[in-house]
Write a protein of this length. Structure first.
Length: 203
């Protein structure tokens, strides 16, 4: 009963602020001439330094944040993050769906190093210290609020249920200058260590 109360309380936190949240989101490049590229800039400005490019047919690009005006989107390029003009990006409508996790969702953290990936409805858990394991995904509970990306996850863990809470937040992996729009707290066993990390919709 206490666990159910804690889960309900976690899902109710900051609900109004998250109601309009629609990022991170996968996008495809659109409206760029063949042979041209979409520039990735250091800051959300057409005069900022170009730090990377996207091909005119690039697909599945994760936009993790937007500037206050909603005209530029933050994306990752290599080991750093930059900005693209959202005029040339079309949202796929792919994010964490109700009662589901998107196939390919990849989360990881360090100290210790670990990763958790949704592959066809199973959570693939990997760490350098032990063989990889696949856990059955039991539940990915949403809040019932449109565009609220928070999910309370339960899965078959080590010796009992594993739990995770995925939520929108500016997240850094501590090893690069990449930007992430989702964070995670996870326990792989009922009495396991609480692990923290970042998640991405597109590796």
């Amino acid at each position: 009963m206490r666990l159910a109360y804690v889960l309900a309380a976690a899902l109710s936190l900051a609900a109004p602020a998250l109601q309009a949240q629609s990022l991170p989101q996968l996008h495809d490049v659109t409206g760029v001439d063949a042979g041209d590229v979409l520039n990735i800039r250091a800051t959300p400005s057409a005069s900022a330094e170009i730090i990377g490019t996207l091909a005119p047919d690039a697909t599945g690009i994760e936009v993790v944040a937007a500037n206050p005006e909603g005209t530029w989107g933050q994306v990752n390029t290599g080991e750093t993050a930059g900005w693209v003009n959202l005029t040339y990006m079309e949202a796929r409508g792919v994010h964490i769906d109700n009662y589901n996790l998107p196939d390919g969702l990849f989360c990881y953290g360090n100290e210790p190093f670990w990763s958790l990936q949704n592959i066809g409805g199973a959570l693939h858990y990997d760490t350098p210290d032990a063989p990889a394991r696949d856990f059955d995904l039991w539940m990915a509970q949403d809040s019932g609020i449109a565009e609220d990306l928070r999910r309370m996850v339960q899965f078959a863990g080590f010796g009992g249920p594993g739990t995770a809470f995925i939520y929108p937040a500016q997240c850094n992996d501590g090893m690069s200058d990449r930007a992430f729009g989702l964070a995670i707290s996870v326990m792989t066993a009922p009495s396991g260590d609480l692990l923290s990390g970042c998640c991405t919709l597109s590796r």
